[in-house]
Design a binder for this molecule. Structure first.
Ligand code: NAD
Length: 364
């Protein structure tokens, strides 16, 4: 269960945390004075295959917060890759710094050297604050990188497609009708994935409201799609049909859950529930259908997997489209077993990890 640690891209108390409880295989601290690199790579689990997960660049308030974030994110990747049936384990990296002012080719090349030192047990890609051009610099010092321009490229469009399909499945489950036409959808964060999601929603005639701390991102989206926007402080006061978190994690927490006025939560952000057990159940109690984050945002990692294994674009779209069926299965499992949707998803992922562990042990 991902419950011990809070997402602390924000500042939070994290004293008395037992870091070993999350069962990571390996954590690598990466530091280079010349390029200014400060990064952490977390390899959570490689039972299903090499650990794959993106690199996030964020101005963390402390290195402890960065550590907690990368540990939570990498564990989430283990579950995501397992439930998606990919032969990949879970890993993630964070680079501590401002992605607007502190990027340089040298920094990414140095980071690539650290990735390379793990000999393929960790494969990287884009995440928040990182774009395909940055990955090209990483690729100068390691081959263990995906999401490259000229190959499958930016995973965000496929991620958005999977989220869109997961959202439709949640709507079908909740109301019997999967059409988003006329539904009021609030997209929090219109970055790489959020913007592509808005495009899908627009095409289907949803009533879109966007919110982002980046004023330019809001302006561009509003101009392009003629949609509404709200201040980031008003997100949880708004009466909406669907809340789509597409920024950072832990936005469903003790404070926000009391205010949330929607029927469905379905978005791209990783680790949306601050505490899986508590907040997963509270959403059920409020009658809100939660499409588990790592289940519906798996399109991006499917795209990375396709890049590694030479799988066609058509096939990877099919894989992402199948998120619709998997989401429906998980939502029904949650209802039938009277457990939260996140717990239902975890059970499936843990079953696969257990099976792969037994297979591995038999080979040994
Ligand atoms: P991004 O950096 O391109 O976009 C994130 C956006 O969120 C930015 O515009 C940022 O300004 C905004 N934001 C940050 N804090 C905010 C807040 N408090 N309120 C409103 N807006 C805020 O990142 P992305 O690649 O679009 O990823 C978004 C989320 O989806 C992340 O949680 C990421 O881990 C997850 N995700 C991304 C992918 C992918 O393919 N890129 C795949 C799976 C999951």
């Amino acid at each position: 269960m991902i419950k011990e640690l809070s997402n602390t891209a924000h500042s939070e108390k994290s004293s008395a945390i037992d870091f070993f409880k999350m069962n990571h295989e390996k954590i690598l601290f990466c530091q280079d004075e010349q390029s200014g690199l400060k990064a952490i790579i977390a390899v959570h689990n490689t039972v299903c295959g090499p650990a794959l997960g993106g690199t996030r660049m964020w101005n963390y308030v402390s290195s402890e917060n960065a550590l907690i974030d990368v540990m939570r994110l990498s564990r989430g990747m283990t579950y995501k890759n397992a439930i998606s049936g990919l032969n990949l384990g879970g890993g993630k990296a964070v680079i501590i710094g401002d992605s607007k002012t502190q990027k340089s080719p040298e920094l990414f090349m140095k980071f690539g050297e650290f990735v390379n030192s793990l000999s393929g047990s960790y494969i990287t890609a884009e995440d928040v604050g990182i774009n395909p051009q940055d990955m090209l610099h990483v690729n100068k010092t390691t081959d263990y990188v995906t999401g490259l321009p000229g190959k499958k490229g930016d995973p965000s469009p496929i991620t958005a497609y999977g989220v869109y399909m997961g959202m439709k499945a949640a709507l079908k489950f909740q109301s019997g009708n999967e059409s988003l036409s006329g539904k009021k959808v609030l997209v929090q964060g219109v970055g790489h994935v959020g913007l592509y999601l808005v495009d899908y929603l627009h095409k289907e005639g949803a009533e879109i409201i966007v919110s982002d701390i980046n004023k330019d991102a809001v302006k561009n989206t509003v101009n392009k799609y003629n949609c509404k926007f709200i201040d980031t402080n008003d997100i949880f006061n708004s009466q909406i049909d669907i809340y789509a978190p597409c920024a950072l994690g832990a936005t469903i927490n003790n404070k926000t859950i009391k205010e949330l006025k929607c029927n469905i939560v379905a978005g791209a952000a990783n680790n949306q529930l601050q505490d899986e057990n508590i907040h997963g159940q509270q959403l059920i109690d409020k009658g809100i259908v939660y499409a588990p984050d790592y289940l519906i945002n798996a399109g991006g990692v499917m795209n990375c997997y396709a890049e590694i294994h030479g799988i066609s674009d058509e096939k990877v779209m099919q894989m992402a489209g199948n998120i619709y069926n998997t989401t429906l299965d998980i939502l029904h499992k949650s209802k039938n077993e009277n457990i939260s949707t996140s717990l239902a998803a975890n059970k499936i992922a843990e079953k696969r990890i257990k099976e792969e562990t037994i297979k591995l042990n038999n080979v040994k």
